[in-house]
Design a protein around this ligand. Sequence first.
Ligand code: AGP
Length: 633
Amino acid sequence: MGASAYNQRVMCGIVAYAGTKQAVPFLLEGLKRLEYRGYDSAGVAVVNGGILEVLRSTGKLSNLNNLLDRQPLEGMIGVGHTRWATHGGPSEANAHPHTDCTRKVAVIHNGIIENYLPLKALLLEKGHAFQSATDTEVLSHLIEEELAAVSATCGEAALSGEDLLLRAMQRALKKVRGAYALAVLWSDAPGVVMAAKSDSPLVIGVGDEEHFMASDVPAFLKHTRRVVYMEDGEFAAMRKNACSFFDAQGLKIEKIPKIVDWDTSMAEKGGYRHFMLKEIHEQPKAVENTLRGRLFPLGHATLERETGLTAEYLQFVNQVHIVACGTSWHAGIVGKYLLEKHARIQTQVETASEFRYRRPVLTPNTLVIAISQSGETADTLAAIRLAKQSGAKVLSVCNTVGAAISRCADFDFQTHSGPECGVASTKAFTGQLVALSTLALHLSYARECMSDEEAFEWVDQLKKFPDLVRRALQLEPQVLEIARSFSQVQHCLFIGRGINYPAALEGALKLKEISYIHAEGYPAGEMKHGPLALIDSKMPVVAIATQSEIFEKVLSNIQEAKARGARIIALCTEGEKRLVGMAEHILELPPVSEFLSPALNAIPLQLLAYLIADLRGCDVDQPRNLAKSVTVE
Ligand code: AGP
């Protein structure tokens, strides 16, 4: 079992109901509506007659349904959760809701508690018994502790159960670092669901004599269109006939419901036309989740904590072999650049379908890195099985914990990009690149190939990267103009050099797989060795010409293509003027360190592919002949 059982990080859906009807049907319906977010286990909790009852199951939601048919739970207030694990395999023990030692507190959570290990150690010292390895369960026991403390100081007579619970949660969450959308039931406060939000989505549905809570609007849109969007740092006390809101200091605040006029399908896409566009725009937040808690300390400690890779093992590694398919293979090529240039580790990269049939030379000193969004790609899984038979160890870089590739690997590094529904991979790709950058950072530092100064510069760039992605997304209107001008082309050539050669490959793959336009990615330096023969006014060229040591080389490649009639779309760094008059369209990106440039350049290339495909009326989320996860060979 490769997946390190460190923090059981969760990225999925929460729902809650308080009203005059039975809660469970609403909870199950809400969880069903959140199904598009992916999940591997689920659970519900209700309070009925002052008693808390919890039921959980692994696998499909229907398993929980069947369990509830056999063991019905009654109560008009409850919470429900679908766990989409990002660390550690799915199991009933790790499913939410999690309870405290008194079994009076039930917690459901979507997000990541970064400092859960030290908190858990303190709670264990105080005698708390844990039932799971999740980060969330720490919250249950923390709230239990604070309820006892608040009750002792304020006296239960002086405060209602609801007030005690609110204070206890405020005190508990002051000790927590990380992201959370949290809903809590306490049987001593039977009429209320207490919620808190920080960096994970949480919305309240306002009904008549009933209220709903969820990670996303589709969960209750059938019952009400009056929605309150909670902000970071806020708390909510949700009862059947009202919902009170409080700021981080505990002061009551007024929040006005908005009327949502989406249909359910639009709601699942967050108001975007397609999942792909939603996921393109989710990238700033997704990258923040990839980075969360992973920048310090520099070197072996973080490598081991986050992947299981030990210093003892790594000292024997003298070569790396990256295997992957499609977009993940493109990420792997960037990974090769990073590991060789910065960590000075000899690194090969190839498609898993080629690797597995050519009898590669592998030794116990070889670390094979398998990159896969789904964690189920048949060729990649077969490749790592072959690698393990040859005595090599395997590190998986996946976006789906508990998936076959994660479980088969010796070490596991989850990208935490969140569920990706569009067949064309976008946020998972940038998540892979950022994850590989953090791996390269810690490996380079551990191998003393990177100075403190350079390492802190990398950390600074990584911290700033989500905002750079936000700025790149602002190019969308300009990219739409380009898409309108190029939507009817039959062919397109993408060129890039160095670490941005794989970005050219990725741009071409995005365009071809959703718009069905024939597109090729090529090393810019290779133009004169053949592709130049293709160039005329009907072969547009997308050139990645952002700032780099080899910018002038790319410039001359662009001139070669321009001289033969090609229409040029160029990506460059803000302020670059040498492309004016040479490129028909220029997309200016903010300055970024070389190691993050492929990830930043991917943003306009994703938008270009999406907008062209949408203009051509293609089925962007489900392109013909393709599947999201290629589990067959
Ligand atoms: C990328 O947009 C495609 N959907 C496809 O190339 C994909 O990257 C490839 O099938 C690998 O999938 P994986 O990352 O889940 O292993």
